[in-house]
Design a protein around this ligand. Structure first.
Ligand code: GCW
Length: 692
């Protein structure tokens, strides 16, 4: 391995101190689809094969045309333009039937001495196959040996945008919305095509374009031409458009006095609305609904159940589409532990949902925290199609600062055995998977360059949940930054460890929901006075002079009982369990003896310190990789890492200062004291924080 260059000066200010041309180079817009020229043996192999896309001159469909041009342009870039068209040795043939779409996207890529064949039941298979072939070539695989035979694990692989009509993105950290509703339908931004390309390259096949805290505007005739324009643009890429539907729309924009799902006039309104949408968008995907959750309207406003509401909408869509009904519900008036409420509301409804309803469940029972156990609904509703909702945007994981690669977290959830009918990944096969998108108007799409890896990894895991986070990180980093082994060998382990780092300084030992009110940025474990009890950090940590943690055993809220006995048994005993969930399930004295031989207090302080140290080490490592990364992206990531370093120190110091104010304990010997007194941390405000 080549020795890495000496550490460059710490770059925590993004000011182009070099020429403008260097600054104007790579800016991240091209994502993982850069197809930078291969070098060395990989280039020789590809040149020797001399692959020429061999489709008919006039493609039979738009999708096939896109597949062909992706391949032609991708190959030209990978070979640095050195394919010899007069010497067609390795012909690439598309063999994907006559239909444009309608299958599940499965494809095969097989290679002989002189030809590569991309095949599948329809043209979308060929588009997916073309992207897969380019990905393999980009990894340096010899074209003569390529052999892929892939079928997606589940049929719905969706992105959910929390984008509002005015361009604000709820929990968005990459600028404004990518959807320009003001200029649509006349003007379709080029970004809408590049977005579809990127999604198609991963196999993402549906997009919910608006926030689940939904504006009824999307159900008005005014929006239909805008939605149609997008749907038409995305169709050749295999992407179906969905919208979040506001349950009270018949009242809000339909002129009816009620939105009661059992009212005949309400049913008729939704039926007519669905017909109107399908007349414009024949492959409209359906409705995503957040109902009776955090103030959103829903069927319970009329004494009806979630099933009544979902089934009424499902009947309006009929065979044409799907209702995706979210299980993210909890009530301030409910005295039980918030994390138990979704299970309590939904399990009794198992078997009562129509066939075209899917219940969408967050990965954990609280709310996308850095560490949660899997949601107990997985496996508990065997007669209901369930979908997993992951958060690609990092609301609670540092937002867009630093490097935080989420694939290990998702992969862990997907691979967890529910104890009732398989792993989470198996349970959701009839439903699918959705990711809350992290895209925005920033030139690099995702705010932080490394946040592109989360979009990428979400798509790859949705296609194949068995792919290893390591493999995905390597693929992504090689395509996005550099294929040099020295770079990959350094950055891939860094990415793999990065979510664990954030967990150490934000959510050590399974502490949760300790962030600032509203913006959710930074620590505020001291907040105890919000009107809704379950919005207060102190509801979750339950810390006092004696101890810390939420007792969810039989002696406490007994949330443990919502899991299969085999699973619950793993978390019942603090002495035996995975300590990353220790304080999620147990309230323990500060002096609780840990397996390490130290007290809980000692190890908690140490864990914060590890998080801070890891964040610092990451900055230093990135500085050493300067020679492997183009100038602008290196500088921008360096600045984001410097921010993360500061945040790690802040979370550590503010948290420790607060815990000390409760327990009165001294810091273990040799441990650095917080930089400021507790009041200094409490006084911080963030009026300009994004995403609120
Ligand atoms: O965690 C909360 C977020 C809200 C979000 C909600 C949800 C869209 O803070 O911003 O609303 O989850 O998932 O519905």
């Amino acid at each position: 391995m080549m020795a890495l260059a000496a550490p460059a000066a710490r770059a925590d200010v993004v000011v182009p101190d070099r020429s403008l041309s260097q600054w104007n180079g790579e800016d991240g817009y091209r994502l993982w689809l850069r197809h930078e020229p291969l070098e060395g043996a990989a280039l020789e192999q590809l040149r020797a094969f001399n692959p020429i896309p061999g489709t008919p001159a006039s493609p039979e469909s738009e999708t096939l045309g896109i597949a062909e041009s992706e391949l032609r342009e991708g190959l030209a870039k990978l070979t640095g333009g050195s394919i010899d068209a007069d010497r067609p040795r390795g012909v690439i043939r598309f063999d994907c039937g006559r239909r444009e779409r309608g299958g599940d996207g499965r494809f095969r890529v097989t290679s002989g001495a002189r030809a590569i064949r991309i095949s599948g039941p329809d043209h979308l298979s060929c588009l997916y196959g073309a992207h897969a072939l380019l990905r393999e070539l980009s990894r340096g695989v010899d074209p003569a040996t390529i052999s892929l035979d892939e079928t997606p694990a589940m049929s719905l692989r969706l992105l959910n945008h929390w984008d509002n009509p005015d361009g604000h993105v709820e929990r968005g950290y990459a600028g404004r919305s990518i959807f320009d509703w003001w200029r649509l339908p006349e003007r379709l931004d080029r970004r809408m095509i590049d977005y579809a390309r990127a999604n198609a390259s991963l196999g993402i096949n549906g997009v919910v374009v608006n926030n689940v805290n939904a504006s009824p505007l999307f159900l008005t005739p005014h929006y239909l031409p805008k939605l149609k324009r997008l749907a038409d643009a995305w169709r050749p890429y295999g992407i179906r458009l969905y919208i979040s539907a506001r349950f009270s729309a018949p009242r809000d924009v339909g002129g009816l006095p009620t939105a009661d799902p059992l009212d005949p006039a309400v049913k008729a309104w939704w039926n007519a609305k669905a017909d109107e949408i399908y007349a414009a968008i024949p492959d409209f995907g359906g409705f995503l609904v957040k109902a009776n959750s955090e103030g959103q309207p829903g069927p319970q406003d009329y004494g009806r159940t979630h099933a009544d509401g979902a089934n009424m909408l499902a009947a309006a869509l009929g065979k044409r589409g799907t209702v995706i009904w979210r299980a993210f519900v909890y009530k301030a008036e409910d005295e039980t532990d918030r994390v138990k409420q979704a299970y309590q509301e939904f399990v009794p409804l198992d078997g009562k949902f129509a066939g075209n309803v899917i219940v969408q469940v967050k990965n954990g029972p609280l709310d996308f925290q850095p560490r949660e156990p899997f949601h107990p609904l997985f496996g508990a509703m065997p007669r209901t199609r369930l979908m997993l909702e992951a958060q690609v945007t990092r609301e609670y994981l540092g937002q867009a600062s630093g490097i935080v690669y989420l694939a290990p977290m998702w992969s862990e959830v997907l691979g967890t055995h529910t104890g009732r009918g398989g792993t989470v990944a198996q349970v959701i096969v009839p439903g699918g998977i959705a990711g809350v998108a992290n895209t925005g108007s920033d030139r690099n799409w995702t705010g932080g360059h490394f946040d592109q890896a989360n979009w990428y990894a979400f798509g790859r895991l949705a296609w194949n949940p068995a792919l290893s986070p390591e493999r995905i990180a390597r693929e992504w980093a090689a395509q996005t930054f550099s294929r040099e082994p020295e770079f990959l060998d350094a950055i891939v382990p860094t990415m793999l460890a990065s979510a664990g780092t954030v967990e150490k300084y934000i959510a050590p030992f399974g502490l949760a929901h300790l962030m600032g009110t509203g913006h959710h940025y930074g620590p505020a474990p001291w907040v105890c006075d919000l009107a809704r009890p379950e919005w207060n950090p102190c509801y979750y940590h339950r810390a006092d002079k004696a101890g810390i943690g939420f007792d969810r055993t039989a002696g406490g809220s007994d949330a443990l009982a919502q899991y299969a006995p085999s699973v619950a048994a793993r978390w019942a005993d603090p002495a035996q369990m995975d300590d990353r969930l220790l304080l999620w399930f147990h309230h323990l004295p500060w002096q609780h003896p840990m397996r390490s031989g130290n007290t809980l207090w000692h190890d908690l302080v140490a864990r914060y310190g590890q998080g801070e140290a890891e964040a610092g080490a990451r900055s230093a490592l990135w500085a050493r990789l300067a020679d492997h990364v183009d100038y602008r992206r290196h500088a921008e990531v360096a600045a984001d890492l410097a921010t993360q370093e500061k945040e790690a120190r802040w979370w550590r110091d503010a948290s420790i200062a607060y815990w000390q104010s409760l327990n009165g304990l001294a810091l273990p010997a040799g441990v650095r004291r917080p930089d400021h007194p507790l009041d200094w941390y409490k006084a911080k405000t963030f009026p300009e924080a994004p995403g609120q």
